[in-house]
Design a protein around this ligand. Structure first.
Ligand code: ATP
Ligand code: FE
Length: 328
């Protein structure tokens, strides 16, 4: 059997077919970078309109590509939150209609659980208990996952997420969207010559990235001679040092078997390397998503849906813009 995953929580329209082992039979993701680039962020009304245009073609394409009919589907899994309400509604109402038309059960899925399960795609195995760090565009949090289903939040950000600060710094340095990969590339070419603050590095599990971003803004004004490459390298070094310190603290205090790093920023080669070192030092397995599936996609949503089936938990198809990590 296959699960059809549908993801429309933010600015990516995505559908995927995933089997129980995590093999992705087909996936199609349409991004909206060009639509939102000039606004400096996602413009909600335009996002829902773009989802509406893309969603049925995207689903049709994955079904065709995998040669699958509705009869081959075990379930449909669709993101119910967190996310933009208008964007969520497009995926949810599409899933509801298909569920009724095809006679296939539909499950409302927590997008954050989707990110966490992205490490299981294409055969990735996670031993529990695990410490999970989710570093994405909308979230920066660290949690303990005891049995693949139960999450305990350890800490989150007081202000900006890491991904958001990557995107804002990218803008300051004149890079286009998406900002993360552009910063990574520039950082690789530069040297961390500037000592930026490491906000809250030595304090518990909370994060704060808006001060770091402001500090970059100040330096861009007062030291225009610093190259974008060196500025990027300095910024990335500060971010990663904070993230690695928090992960290390959780490994010491929670003594997990695995360290799971997910979300868009988990595509960063610098972060992957830093976390590999931390995991190695503490003798735990490092679980990372395939780079292409670190950012939003429907394969991770389909993967997470298998857990809901196993648990017999079937959340409804009502959008939950602020759905917390601990909820299904
Ligand atoms: P959330 O899941 O919290 O609702 P989101 O779904 O919008 O937020 P993701 O798609 O998981 O977030 O991640 C997007 C973020 O990841 C962006 O801020 C982007 O800059 C960042 N990102 C993407 N690729 C990279 C990379 N290679 N290095 C660093 N950051 C990256
Ligand atoms: Fe996401």
């Amino acid at each position: 059997g296959l699960i059809l995953g549908i993801e429309t929580s933010c600015d990516d329209t995505s559908a995927a077919l995933v089997d129980r082992s995590g093999h992705v039979a087909a996936i199609r993701t349409v991004s909206q970078f060009e639509i939102h680039d000039s606004f400096g962020g996602v413009y909600p009304e335009l996002a829902s309109r773009a989802h509406l245009e893309a969603i049925l073609p995207v689903i049709g394409e994955v079904m065709d590509e995998a040669g699958v009919t509705p009869r081959d589907l075990t379930a449909i899994g669709v993101t119910r939150g967190p996310g933009l309400i208008g964007s969520l509604l497009v995926g949810l109402s599409t899933a509801e209609a298909l569920s009724m038309g095809w006679g296939v059960p539909a499950y409302g899925v927590n997008h954050l659980r989707g990110h966490i399960r992205s490490v299981a795609l294409e055969g990735g195995v996670t031993d529990h208990p695990a410490v999970v760090m989710l570093v994405s565009g909308g979230h920066t949090l660290i949690a303990e996952v005891t049995d693949a289903w139960t999450c305990r939040l350890l800490g989150t950000t007081r202000d900006d997420s890491v991904g958001e600060s990557y995107d804002k710094v990218a803008r300051m340095l004149g890079f286009g969207m998406p900002g993360g990969p552009a910063i990574d590339r520039a950082a690789k070419a530069g040297t961390a010559t500037l000592r930026l603050p490491r906000p809250m590095k030595n304090e518990g599990y909370e994060f704060s990235f808006s001060g770091l971003k402001s500090s970059v803004a100040r330096h861009v004004e007062t030291h225009p001679e610093i190259s974008p490459e060196d500025m990027s390298a300095s910024f990335v070094a500060a971010c990663i040092e904070v993230l690695a310190a928090k992960a290390e603290r959780a490994l010491v205090e929670c003594r997990p078997k695995s360290l799971v790093i997910v979300g868009g920023v988990a595509a960063s080669p610098q972060l992957r390397a830093a976390m590999a070192e931390v995991a190695d030092r503490h003798g735990v397995a490092l679980c990372l998503p395939p780079v292409t599936w670190a950012t939003d996609n429907a394969a991770m949503i389909a993967m997470a849906t298998w857990d809901y089936l196993d648990r017999g938990v079937q959340p409804d198809l009502v959008p939950k813009p602020n759905l917390p990590l601990e909820m299904p």
